[in-house]
Design a protein around this ligand. Structure first.
Ligand code: EPU
Length: 331
């Protein structure tokens, strides 16, 4: 494993922001993990996959560890075990090709397997936590591996224990329970529409294909138009407050939370109402087909992009009284 100094990260983040880090190492195997210096402080370390959920706003005085994309999937004791460096969508394709269900709704989500537990990736009514059994972490201070159960990961909407960044952990592998008899979930309206004329229940592979088509039709390919997916989380608001806001804004979309007296609303809708859909200043802007996607049209700096997101947050706060929270990690 080579350690590079003053390395440029532009090609390693999907917002294509020019940024340098003090030290950089690429991980291809467990042996590379074990070769990392043990004395790096937690606050001085940054672990990256594809950089598809990160906004760099300044040069990093950190040691950046980047997993080199490499597919490695095995079956152990009936569980599907994937190496952290496996591209997430390769895992989805591997599973549906073997007629194993559970993650087909998560097709085409960018990023690597090791990043998936961080924000409990989710789409079209499914979240990683629905099929994840354990996460294996490597502790770079002690050189030991630990397994965290699903419960220990403390998953919730786009959240997990890993977001606290208070342990010297690097996710090395995950174990998933994927099954041939896993229930098909096409409850989300755009998915339902895809299968409206089919008489039989779709296969996992057909669901993954449908999700892929929906995503391709509304989300820009980060390698053509640099972006980091949804920039903000969908706000979850106490029901009473949500209903009060809806009295003023009749079209405010609200989705009842199954587990609490709360409603989820659409950050994209809020941003669109504030005029941010397609809004652009210099090379920083929001996608013209989907207001939740921050895009870099060329040479926007991290600071340009950050300014745009702050403006959007302020506008939503003033118009609706709702505080948007970043989904993307801002550094
Ligand atoms: N909408 C607008 N304006 C827009 C786009 C959407 O008003 O420009 C409204 C529409 O009413 C639409 C609703 O927002 O019905 C929801 O939009 P969409 O179906 O595109 O989903 P989303 O809430 O914006 C979430 C996830 C996505 C995930 C999709 C599908 C978050 C923050 N985002 O987006 O995840 O793919 O649902 O399940 O939860 C990601 O996390 O990076 C991501 C892309």
């Amino acid at each position: 494993m080579k350690i590079l100094e003053n390395h440029n990260l532009k090609k390693y983040n999907t917002l294509a922001v020019d940024c340098r880090c003090d030290q950089f190492a690429e991980i291809k195997s467990l042996a590379d993990l074990e070769a990392l210096p043990k004395d790096i402080k937690i606050t001085e370390m940054l672990i990256m996959g594809c950089g598809s959920n990160i906004l760099f706003t300044e040069d990093l005085h950190r040691f950046v560890v980047r997993f080199k994309p490499r597919k490695h999937i095995t079956v152990v004791d009936g569980l599907v075990v994937a190496w952290a460096g496996t591209p997430w969508n390769d895992l989805v394709n591997w599973a549906v090709d073997k007629n194993l269900g559970g993650i087909e709704n998560l097709a085409l989500i960018p990023g690597l397997v090791g990043a998936a537990p961080f924000q409990n990736i989710g789409a079209y009514g499914t979240e990683l936590q629905d099929s994840l059994v354990w996460v294996e972490v490597y502790n770079w201070h002690t050189g030991m591996y630990h397994r965290l159960s699903n419960e220990e990961c403390m998953f919730s909407y786009r959240h997990s224990i890993f977001k606290y960044h208070d342990q010297p952990w690097i996710i090395s592998r995950i174990g998933l329970d994927l099954r041939a008899d896993s229930p098909i979930n096409i409850s989300y309206t755009p998915l339902q529409e895809k299968f409206i004329n089919s008489k039989t229940q779709p296969t996992f592979k057909q669901v993954a294909q449908a999700v892929t088509e929906i995503r391709q039709s509304k989300l820009p390919d980060p390698y053509e138009l640099p972006n980091a997916g949804s920039f903000f989380k969908n706000p979850v608001i106490e029901s009473q407050i949500a209903k009060r806001i809806q009295r003023r804004f009749k079209d405010l979309p609200l989705f009842k939370n199954k587990h609490s007296d709360e409603e989820k609303t659409s950050a994209a809708w809020l941003l669109e109402q504030c005029g941010f859909k397609g809004h652009r200043e210099g090379d920083a802007g929001f996608y013209d087909e989907h207001a939740l996607i921050l895009v870099n049209h060329g040479d926007a700096s991290g600071q340009d992009l950050l300014r745009m997101t702050k403006m959007a947050k302020r506008a939503v706060k003033i118009k609706f009284g709702i505080e948007l929270e970043e989904e993307v990690r801002v550094l």
